[in-house]
Unconditional design. Structure first.
Ligand code: AMP
Length: 249
């Protein structure tokens, strides 16, 4: 059984991004890029399923610029068997990515696709859901536990009131939440091994997908700066300020 894991190259979570002076987006020139953290969790989960003997092949896919190959090599160093890059220089929005992933799924016929619940750069939280709709497959988003059995998968999800467990028939889509697992460290021998694994490259046109952006970003601005706080001498002053100035009680 094959599992596909889409991995996105994003600005590393430790980087504090700055808005470009012309307000067209954030400046990502010369900043550290890494695999989206939720996608690392997805690769780790796929590896655990493989190590448990429930999955035979794990394929990592990334859509974007040539440098996404590095992200794929990281996925292969964690343990993915091979990688696929869909190379495109344009800004790829979730619908375009979902269409590309559908085209790859049609070729590879996986039983499971595990994505991150969201990419930490655009915070869209859309690709997995759109992919499920395009494929007509059941989906379990925000997974915190995955149990794969013959022909079906049971997924525990974190919802407002607690935990919900749902059963899906395969093939299915899962998106990962933070508490699903703790990804392993990538070791040097595995980084070396990953260099020898197969990495196929396609262009969107090879897959018959039009990736033209459908949404236009009008303006990106820095969040308003927080003004400095003050110290109050006692609880009575605090309560008075909350009641009369902040008007929250
Ligand atoms: P988003 O809908 O943009 O928040 O992304 C959700 C998930 O979709 C990510 O965690 C990835 O698993 C996958 N994804 C989004 N964009 C890409 C991309 N360009 N290449 C590969 N996977 C992607």
């Amino acid at each position: 059984m094959k599992v596909l894991v889409p991995v996105k190259r994003v600005v590393d979570y430790n980087v504090k991004v700055r808005v470009k002076t012309d307000g067209t987006g954030v400046d990502i020139a010369n900043v550290k890029m890494s695999m989206n953290p939720f996608d690392e969790i997805a690769v780790e989960e796929a590896m655990r399923l493989k190590e448990a003997g429930k999955v035979t092949e794990v394929i990592a896919i990334s859509c974007g610029v040539t440098q996404c190959q590095e992200t794929l090599r990281t996925a292969m160093a964690i343990g993915a068997d091979r990688g696929i890059l869909v190379e495109a220089d344009v800004d790829l929005q979730p619908l375009a990515v979902a269409k590309l992933l559908k085209a790859i799924a049609d070729k590879e016929q996986p039983q499971l696709i595990i994505l991150g619940k969201q990419a930490i750069d655009d915070d869209c939280n859309q690709t997995g859901q759109m992919l499920a709709a395009l494929l007509g497959w059941p989906q379990a988003t925000f997974a915190s536990k995955v149990v794969l059995e013959d022909g079906k998968v049971s997924v525990t999800r974190e919802v407002d009131g607690g935990l919900e467990t749902i059963a899906l028939t395969l093939p299915a889509i899962i998106t990962t939440d933070l508490r699903l697992n703790e990804p392993r460290y990538v070791t040097l021998p595995n980084i070396m091994k990953a260099k020898k694994k197969t990495l196929d490259v396609f262009k969107p046109a090879d897959l018959g997908v039009d990736v033209t952006p459908r949404l236009k970003t009008l303006k990106v601005v820095e969040p308003a700066k927080r003004s400095a706080g003050i110290k109050v001498p006692d609880v009575a002053t605090l309560v008075a300020k909350l009641r009369n100035e902040a008007k929250v009680i």
